[in-house]
Each structure stands twice: as C-alpha cells, then as structure tokens.
Design a protein around this ligand. Structure first.
Ligand code: FAD
Length: 589
C-alpha cells in the first residue's frame, strides 16, 4: 500500500522562504533557474516520482533482479525498463550536468530536491541514475577532452549508465589493499584484470552501454593508497565489440532488492587511464562530496515517506481512549494520534524530515554558491561550509533517517512490521545508506581528521561565523540563546579535541561520531529557529496555511526541548575521550 504525496509545501518553504533559492537566478551560471522554473521542476518531478517510480517500488522489491549465469545478463524487475525510459525522456538524468555535453546546467540544489523525491518513491530505481551521476562528475572533472566527448553526452542523456568499481573482497574502507591490475598495452590502453564486489548497476538491462570507472594498480605502482589509478572501462567498445567485463553474480541482500548489486569480473578488459597515474583515489575524492550528499538525501527521502504513512495511520487507527477524555465519542475508541507516546514518535519523525530537509538544502545551496557566486570570498565561504557539512549530511541523515523510519514503524504497531504497509521495505532499503559511500563511522573520521583541520582549521571557523550571523538575525531572544548554547557546546568540544587529540589520535577516533552529531544539532537549531521566525512573517503567512506555520512554530519548541539536553550529553561523551572505550583488553569483550 503506498501513500506518498510530494511535500511541495515544505519544499517550497525551505527553498523560497528559508534559503531564498530564487536568488540563484541572479548568478550568470544559473540565470535560467527562475522561481517559476524551479517550481515547475518540483511539480514535474513530483508527478514523475508519484506516477512512474512509486508504482514499481513494492513490486520491484518483491521481484528483485535476476541473473542468468549463461549469458551473464541481469534483468531488472518488471516495469523498470519502462520507468527508466520515461525518466530519461523527461531529461531528469542531465538536470544539473554540464550544458556543453547536453545537460541542463541547473543548480545542484534542484537536483537534490529531485533526488529526494526519487528516494521517497523508489530508492532502488534511483541507484541507477545516481551512480551514473557520480561517474559523469568524475569524467567531467578528470577525463581528457576525448574521454569527455566520447562518454559524457550519452551518459548525460541516460542512454549509457555508469558505475563506480572500488570495492574488492579484501578491501572496502581501506582501498590501499586493492589488487585489481592494469597492464599497459602498446595502443595506449590498459588490460584490466581483477574482481570487484558489490558494484551497483554493474550489469542490467536499462541502458545501451555501461561505463565502469575502475580503481586498479599499475605494475610499478607504489604500495597502498598512493599507488591506485583510475580507468574507464566500457561494457561495449567503440566498434561495438563486447569488452571483457562480466557480471559474475548478484548479491542477495536485505534491501534495495531492485538495484543490481553485482560481482564484476574484469578479465583483461580494455580500459583507459583517467587522470594521472597513481592519482586515482584523489580523483575519486573530488567527486565524493556530491555523491555523499546524494546518499544523505536517501535517508531523508525514505523517512519522508515513512512519516506520511505513519501519520496517516495514526489519524485513522482507533485504539483506547485519550487520557484527557474521549476525542471521538461517536467511535468506539480514539485515533492513536491522541496518545502522548505516539505523538513522541510522530514528532521525532516531523522534526527529522523537516529539519534534515532544511539542513541538506542549505548545504546544497552552498555547493552551488561555492562555484557560481560572483564574489570570490563568497565562493570560499560556501566551499568551506559545503566541505564541512558533507560528512554531517551523509551520516546524520542516513542514521537518523533510519531511526525516524523505525519510529514510524513502531507507531504503527504490528501493521508496520507486515508487508501490507511500506514501512518494513523503507526500513530495509534505508539500512544500506549508513554503510555505502563510506560508512558513517568513516564520515565522522572525515569530519574530525580532514575537514576540521584543513587549511589551518578554517572550515569550522567559517561555519561558526556563518551560523552566528543567522543567529544574530533572530528576533526571538529565547531562541537566540538556545542556538548559542548549541554552538558553544560544539565549540567546547572542539577546544577539548584540539587540546587532547594531537597527543593521542585515539581520542579523535573515539569522539568523532558524537562530535559529528553535535554539528548536526547545531545546524538544526539554527534552521528550526529561523523556520519558527518565518512562521510569524506577514508575507510568508499569505503563502502558507495557518496549520502549516503553527506546526513549524510548535515543532521548533519541541526541538529545543528534546535536543538541547542531548547536545550537552554529547559534549559529556566527547570530553570523556577514549576512556572506557579503550580500557577493555580484546579478551575482556
Ligand atoms: C548494496 C551495496 C552497494 C554497494 N555499491 C558499491 C559500488 O557501487 N561500488 C563500490 O565500489 N562499492 C560498493 N559497495 C561497497 C561499500 O561501499 C562498502 O561496503 C563500504 O565502503 C564499507 O566497506 P566494507 O563493507 O568492506 O566494510 P569494512 O571496511 O570491512 O568495515 C567494517 C567496519 O569497520 C569500520 N572501520 C573500518 N576501518 C575503520 C577505521 N579506520 N576507523 C574506524 N572504523 C573503521 C567500518 O566503519 C565498518 O563499520 C556497496 C555495498 C553494498 C552492500
């Protein structure tokens, strides 16, 4: 049973009231992205998600992908081919891609919105264009002119899809351990040999060609991560011949069953170097920020659907009477939404989806400003914020999106656990987002080990300065003080880290995850306070319903009630450092 409506009102509130995304069209790079166009895109993307992707979501989960060991072909579930055709004919695959190669060149922020709708309605489907987009980004940034003109137009059009082939049986997080080999041929190409596992979209029947981006080692490569190079390996070569890159089987997994997760065997396949020799990991990192934001959005998209379903359920399911007396006296019981404990779960979901949307879109706006703002200082500020927030968005949205979906399932009782309702699928589908594209533990290490210390610690300074400006703009003194307390707690945690981690890096590893959450809560506090402020605005109230705005105001109060204490508890956790975590010897576990 599917219940999903594109949350147009909330998306518009965040885009046009909170972030003023319509101003992007003042920038020459995005002159076409007027408010009217942005609204039209949201409307059309909503139709596509609801009418094309949603109808094949549950059936795709039940049917899954199938592998034929004879032909090595992978079949996607019924309806996926038609849905993919509609998707690419609508131009969705090239929304934010370079117009030089056939893309529409629109802001990434809009792509983030469209991604959210796709993830809400069919995460498995979204994986195929999602991985292609990562491959497009990589080739755009590091490919030669010839590689760009060979691959990008067809990939942007969606007729060819892309993959990212990093993982091998012996290495996931630690890519320095890869053993796939690349041996130079006389014609300037390389023979690629090795096995990659868990490759999303490694083989399928949606596109005419599949372009693999493969990490491999040259014969004379240095040991470890300094010796990894990147290669482009098409399934079909330019003359139409089949390249020796074959699917060896499909993974049987907990969720996203309609997304083909493949073992890929490269059997001396022809490939071409992308970027410089031994610089493959660096190339990967340059596109990872965008890919990580997209994975974060998966957590948001699934949680939004879970919220809509469980909220609808809570308004209809009749059980027990309200503690303050009957609310539906003509019925045998009241709807469960009257019960405080059910409300606690529903409010957790509301706070997550609306707060996470504001935080992720704010980050997406800075992504666009980081390269399109006319003023160099603004570009720098925005790049700092985008870089710092990337691991926060990826990890917080996928962790808490999962827990928010779980709260929705719990609020539905046994119904949530059955296949009569979509929550069990949403929960299974969402679990992987906390693992791939760098586990959430690794995101926290990225924040602490790279982002906080880059450029002499400039990124957190820029972030705090930007939030302080937003806090100064608040009219509500109480909210201003609340936000300051979130920010100061995070600053105290950083001061502790600066004092203790240099002498003992295990402290940094121990506090990384709680610290990442503190950055999330700090950002959310400022987002909620600003949303509450907007709810009082005369012009805003002309465009939004009274219920919608009252909901924002009251939810903001609940945010501060629940999360202010949590922020202080996280600070306690940080300043305890590695103590108790590292005290046990291995055999004491
Ligand atoms: C459905 C699915 C799709 C995928 N798609 C792709 C794809 O398209 N392309 C691709 O290349 N890969 C893909 N992957 C692989 C995915 O990216 C990896 O699973 C992920 O990077 C983690 O690697 P691992 O599973 O080997 O875990 P490991 O690296 O073995 O990690 C195990 C645990 O140890 C922790 N850990 C490891 N090192 C550290 C450290 N230094 N500090 C702290 N904690 C640490 C991790 O956080 C994790 O909790 C996919 C996986 C799945 C399941």
């Amino acid at each position: 049973m599917s219940h999903y409506k594109t949350p147009v009102e909330d998306i518009s509130f965040v885009l046009f009231e909170l972030l003023k995304a319509q101003k992007l069209s003042d920038l020459p790079a995005y002159a076409e992205a007027s408010e009217d166009l942005q609204r039209a895109i949201i409307e059309e993307a909503g139709k596509m998600a609801e009418q094309v992707l949603l109808p094949v979501n549950e059936s795709g989960d039940r049917e899954g992908c199938t592998f034929d060991p004879e032909s090595k072909a992978v079949k996607t579930p019924s309806g996926f081919q038609e849905a993919y055709k509609t998707y690419i004919e609508g131009g969705w695959s090239g929304l934010s891609s370079d117009s030089e190669f056939g893309g529409q060149g629109l802001p990434h922020l809009l792509k983030i919105v469209v991604d959210e709708l796709c993830c809400s309605t069919n995460l498995s489907f979204g994986m195929y264009p999602g991985l292609s987009h990562g491959a497009i980004d990589l080739l755009s940034q590091h490919g030669t002119d010839e590689q760009k003109s060979t691959y990008l137009p067809k990939m942007i059009e969606g007729r060819w899809t892309g993959t990212m082939c990093l993982t091998e049986p012996q290495c996931g997080t630690d890519l320095g351990l890869i053993s796939t080999k690349a041996v130079p041929d006389a014609d300037g190409s390389y023979a690629i040999s090795g096995t990659k596992i868990w490759i999303t979209g490694g083989e399928h029947d949606l596109s005419e060609n599949i372009i693999h981006l493969v990490l491999a080692k040259l014969p004379d490569a240095p040991e470890g991560s300094k010796g990894i190079s990147l290669f482009v390996v098409p399934k079909f070569l330019e003359d139409g011949k089949r390249n020796a890159a074959f699917c060896g089987g499909l993974e049987h997994k907990m969720g996203i069953k309609a997304s083909a997760t493949c073992v890929m065997n490269f059997e001396g396949a022809k490939g071409w170097l992308v970027g410089q020799p031994n610089q493959g990991l660096k190339c990967m990192f340059t596109m990872m920020n965008a890919a990580r934001i997209m994975v974060g959005i998966q957590g948001l998209g699934l949680a939004e659907t879970a919220y809509q379903v469980s909220l609808g359920f809570a308004k209809e399911r009749l059980q027990s009477r309200s503690l303050s007396g009957p609310k539906s006296p003509d019925q045998k019981a009241d709807p469960i939404i009257v019960h405080p404990d059910v409300r606690r779960m529903l409010l957790k979901q509301k706070l997550f989806t609306e707060g996470a949307r504001a935080m992720a879109y704010w980050t997406g706006l800075h992504q666009d400003l980081s390269h399109a703002a006319e003023d160099e200082t603004q570009r720098q500020v925005s790049d700092d914020i985008f870089q710092l927030m990337t691991p926060v968005v990826k990890a917080y949205l996928t962790d808490e999106g999962f827990f928010s979906t779980d709260a929705g399932l719990q609020s539905m009782g046994g119904s949530g656990f059955t296949q009569d309702w979509p929550l069990e699928q949403l929960l299974r589908d969402g679990r992987i987002a906390r693992i791939y594209e760098g586990t959430n533990g690794i995101q926290a290490m990225d924040l602490v080990g790279r982002k906080l210390v880059m450029n002499g610690g400039r990124l957190p300074r820029t972030y705090f300065a930007e939030l302080e400006k937003l806090i100064e703009g608040l009219d509500n003194d109480v909210h201003r003080e609340h936000c300051k307390s979130f920010l100061q707690a995070t600053q105290k945690a950083l001061a502790w880290l600066a004092q203790n981690a240099p002498n003992d890096p295990e402290h940094a590893g121990a506090v990384a995850s709680p610290l990442l959450k503190m950055f999330a809560y700090t950002t959310l506090s400022v987002m909620w306070a600003n949303m509450a402020q907007l709810s009082h605005d005369e012009h805003v109230s002309e465009r939004f319903s009274g219920d919608f705005l009252a909901g924002k105001r009251k939810a903001a109060e609940h945010f501060f009630r629940v999360y202010k204490g949590e922020q202080l508890a996280l600070l306690d956790d940080v300043v305890a450092g590695k103590d108790t975590l590292m005290d046990l010897a291995e055999n004491e576990f």
